[in-house]
Design a protein around this ligand. Structure first.
Ligand SMILES: [Zn+2]
Ligand SMILES: [Zn+2]
Length: 136
């Protein structure tokens, strides 16, 4: 769906850059990384990011104020992110179950939920200390 409309050139450059990163990138890191290809102004980066986010090709990780390429652009809104506080890697996961639960809580409060941010912070499987003993 989203892929059928051609991306503007700058958005496509930013998208490629994000896909090469192991961790979310801030607008300034993107700017730094793309200076060589002629992107030199922050508004250019922000406009490209807006386009990518609107098409679901990238997401803003709010707690980091940084951006990641989407791992599955066909998903519905509201995926969550598991953020490793050690290596900085971010893993995207389906936020559907959580979103439903948050929607129910909001309804009970008479609150009209617009959107919810689902961001988990902790240690990824590579950074987590190996479990001690196997209870063998
Ligand atoms: Zn996504
Ligand atoms: Zn990690």
């Amino acid at each position: 769906m989203a892929a059928s409309r051609a991306l503007p050139k700058n958005a496509s450059l930013v998208h490629k850059f994000l896909r090469r990163q192991d961790a979310p990138a801030s607008a300034y890191q993107i700017l730094d990384g793309l200076r060589d290809v002629g992107i030199t102004a922050p508004p250019t980066v922000y406009r490209a990011l807006d386009q990518l986010v609107a098409r679901g090709l990238a997401h803003r990780v709010e707690s980091l104020n940084a951006f990641v390429a989407c791992s599955d652009p066909d998903h519905d809104d509201g995926n969550g992110f598991a953020i490793c506080t050690d290596c900085g890697s971010v893993t995207e996961f389906s936020g559907e179950t959580v979103r439903k639960a948050l929607g129910d809580i909001a309804r009970c409060q008479g609150f009209a939920l617009d959107h919810a941010t689902i961001e988990l912070q902790g240690l990824c499987s590579s950074c987590r200390p190996a479990e001690v003993g196997n209870n063998a």
